[in-house]
Design a protein around this ligand. Structure first.
Ligand SMILES: [Zn+2]
Length: 321
């Protein structure tokens, strides 16, 4: 056989093919064709979270003042005085870890983008919206509305409204007065704008106590007294942020105990459950909300059943001789 360049090339290809087969046999997992281009991602059902959130804002128009009482064992998380680029992002991660949505009553002065810290806080605010939480008005610079003239009250409310609308694209109808102090002019103005004033009944005392355990105790003892409601926390304190996971876990433990007793468990929900119309009757619950309730209940039952239980102590079975 004549060795030409062509036959050598052919022989070369054969050798390479044999080598590939040989190597391939060493890796039995690697069967099938060699992937030469990026695999196509599986089509994922698109849920437009931001569209849903934008629709949620409209549902708060024209509500009565909310305190958090009287709707049973429902709990809503609200965070005031942010955004703060050093503390809020960690809170967002905690909330995501537990699949919770909260409402953030913001001071727009913190995110007016004058300076680096403020620009970072603005970015934090955008991220808060992107993760599906609600942004709400807590005035521009946190003044006591009773101590400033009407024009300034108007400006304080409008500046924050504008910032929220710039980020979300829709108006927010949720307002909380700083220090819970409302002035007659601001009250009239908010009423005209269709705002719902949100107060609280479960204060975490996180501006009085600077420790995780004290914040946890304050929330849980108030929860026991009131049986549910609106938790007030500040996402500007690091001890508050770290108190959120223990609060959620403690509420879950209580809920499992309630379920075991055949009682209604606590449910962590959004502020929409507390909304009541200012005029006339509040429309009945939608079917979608009932489906959400079923899903939450099923998830809780599954969670409670999956909790590892320690064996009962021996003396419970009776004294041994
Ligand atoms: Zn405040």
């Amino acid at each position: 056989m004549k060795l030409t360049a062509r036959t050598m090339a052919k022989g070369g290809f054969a050798t390479v093919a044999a080598l590939v087969l040989l190597l391939g046999s060493e890796y039995p997992g690697r069967t099938g064709p060699v992937v030469t281009r990026e695999p196509k991602a599986e089509p994922v059902a698109k849920v437009d979270l931001l569209k849903q959130v934008r629709e949620q804002y409209a549902a708060f128009k024209g509500g009565r003042k909310i305190w958090g009482h009287g709707i049973g064992r429902k709990i809503a998380f609200t965070f005031d005085d942010g955004p703060h680029y050093q503390t809020t992002p960690r809170l967002l991660d905690h909330l995501d870890a537990y699949g919770l949505k909260a409402t953030f009553f913001i001071n727009s002065r913190r995110a007016n983008r004058f300076g680096l810290a403020s620009a970072k806080s603005y970015a934090t605010l955008v991220e808060t919206h992107r993760r599906g939480h609600l942004l709400a008005n807590h005035t521009h610079a946190h003044p006591n509305l009773r101590t400033i003239p009407p024009l300034k009250q108007k400006l304080q409310i409008e500046l924050t409204d504008r910032l929220i609308q710039r980020i979300t694209g829709v108006p927010s109808y949720l307002f909380r007065p700083p220090y819970g102090a409302m002035a007659p002019y601001a009250k009239r103005l908010l009423r005209q704008r269709g705002s719902t004033v949100v107060m609280w009944n479960l204060g975490s005392e996180d501006d009085k106590y600077f420790s995780v355990s004290k914040v946890l105790n304050a929330v849980m003892s108030k929860l026991e007294r009131h049986g549910g409601g609106i938790i007030l926390m500040h996402d500007t304190h690091y001890w508050t942020i770290e108190a959120v996971p223990p609060v959620v876990q403690a509420v879950r433990v209580e809920s499992c105990v309630n379920l075991a007793r055949g009682e209604e468990p606590y449910e962590m929900v959004g502020l929409e459950y507390f909304w009541r119309s200012r005029v006339g009757k509040t429309p009945p619950r939608s079917r979608a909300r009932h489906r959400q309730w079923l899903a939450r209940r099923a998830a809780l039952v599954k969670l409670c059943n999956s909790q590892p239980r320690a064996p009962l102590p021996a003396f419970i079975g009776g004294e041994s001789s």
